[in-house]
Design a protein around this ligand. Structure first.
Ligand SMILES: Nc1nc2c(ncn2[C@@H]2O[C@H](COP(=O)(O)OP(=O)(O)OP(=O)(O)O)[C@@H](O)[C@H]2O)c(=O)[nH]1
Length: 413
């Protein structure tokens, strides 16, 4: 049931719309229209991804269904057409995930966004740093309600150790006044290792009018909250800052990867391989260029979509065969690999094994399945000039094509 959304609403049209959104996003859903039906369902099953609940039901008019769901530890957001401020305040005083007024089409867009966020949050870890157990417990409760994974540290040193050991931490929420190391000192230390785009930091300052907020921001915090804050503001700032680092990560991914195959692109290959050839000992490495044979014929015979599919499947095979090495799509039907820590014989063996595998691998394309071959040129890295190595591999590739394709040729200087 962890993929099931429980919809509690006596308005059939609203329930149907929520159900359609849930199904579109890949969730299952169960709909109940009264408190009586809700009790019946929860007597059998209480593990739900979340609940979308109305404030007022025919047999429970004052939010009793919300209290019941919360008492069963089901993350619940309220969707209601009761817009009075008093209702809103009453709902927000409960431990709900969110409050949504069923006013316009935007309310349903908001629900879709919220469901995606709740799903996505399961993969995000947030580190809470505070020496006061009660403060940690409060923040933890708020974060768990939105499905986040939570780690806790009672001082700066513990926080730094956790960051080292838990690479899935995407955000730190820290207090200022702590023994041994203040929050600001912790932010300074974190920023020596992690940029604003890699790891978001939200600082919590105890005194609203102090200059602490400005000091936190100047020292590298992404945002600052003053105590006391309400959960709505806390969540808004958490999401805003997470979205920021996620957008930056998306832009970075797009800049470094090929859109079609999702392998690294030529630009990234030059940047990374350039660094490796300049700074690492690469005498025991090889550089290979792999080019599919007669690829134009696949496009001509089966269409461009089939060609795209072949490129994607080739990329997947390359990634799994050469895991741990730098693999990129160079352009068109050409790929490049930097084979590190590999003797020339081993590189030859691995590349020959790959083209043999490719030749015998049935690729599924629309309405058909085909196999393809590839030619490979490679060179042992005896120079640290990347351009030169690529030229040498290219000369060997040209020979492989001329010798009849479907073979690996080593550059001999
Ligand atoms: N489907 C698809 N085709 C592409 C893409 N990029 C380049 N191509 C096609 O790849 C083909 C490459 O053709 P050629 O350079 O003649 O090479 P080839 O047919 O593989 O012949 P040899 O390399 O000599 O064996 C061209 O038809 C390009 O249009 C792409 O992203 N998708």
């Amino acid at each position: 049931m962890n993929n099931t959304i429980l919809i509690v609403n006596d308005n059939a049209a609203i329930a149907a719309r929520v159900r359609a959104i849930a199904n579109k996003l890949g969730f299952e859903s169960i709909h109940v229209a009264s408190y009586f039906q809700l009790e019946k369902v929860l007597s059998v099953e209480t593990h739900f991804f979340c609940a979308c609940v109305d404030f007022s039901l025919p047999d429970a008019k004052s939010g009793e269904a919300i209290d019941f769901l919360i008492s069963q530890n089901i993350p619940s957001f309220v969707l209601t057409n009761q817009l009075a401020d008093t209702t809103r305040d009453a709902v927000l005083s409960k431990a709900v995930v969110d409050y949504i007024a069923a006013e316009t089409i935007h309310s349903f867009d908001y629900i879709a966004k919220l469901l995606l966020r709740l799903k996505h949050n399961r993969d995000i870890r947030i580190l809470i740093v505070d020496d006061a157990l009660s403060a940690r417990n409060y923040l933890k409760k708020l974060l768990l309600r939105h499905n986040f994974k939570v780690s806790e540290a009672s001082d700066g040193a513990e926080a730094l150790a956790l960051l080292e050991n838990q690479p899935d931490i995407k955000m730190v929420v820290t207090d200022q006044t702590m023994p041994n190391m203040t929050g600001i000192e912790l932010v300074q230390k974190i920023r020596m290792q992690y940029s604003l785009e890699q790891l978001a930091i939200i600082a919590i300052s105890a005194t609203p009018k102090s200059i602490i907020a400005a000091r936190f921001l100047k020292n590298g915090a992404n945002d600052c909250l003053s105590k006391p804050f309400n959960p709505d503001e806390f969540y808004a700032r958490i999401f805003c800052n997470l979205e920021y680092i996620e957008h930056v990560a998306e832009v970075q991914f797009a800049a470094n990867h090929d859109y079609l195959t999702r392998l690294f692109n030529r630009r990234y290959f030059f940047e990374r391989a350039g660094e490796i050839t300049q700074h690492d000992n690469i005498s025991n490495s090889a550089l290979a260029i792999i080019d599919l044979d007669h690829f134009k014929q696949i496009n001509d015979q089966y269409g461009h979509d089939a060609g795209d599919s072949v490129l994607r499947q080739t990329a997947q095979r390359l990634e799994s065969h050469f895991r741990g090495n730098l693999v990129a799509r160079f352009g068109g039907e050409e790929f490049c690999i930097l084979l590190q820590q590999m003797s020339p014989d081993e590189a030859l063996g691995r590349l020959e094994f790959f083209i043999h595998h490719l030749e015998h691998f049935e690729m599924e394309i629309p309405n058909n399945s085909i196999s393809i071959t590839a030619s490979v040129g490679f060179t042992v890295c005896q120079s640290n000039e990347l351009e030169k190595l690529i030229k040498q591999a290219d000369i060997a590739l040209y020979q492989a094509k001329n010798n009849g394709r479907n073979q690996v040729v080593e550059f001999k200087g």
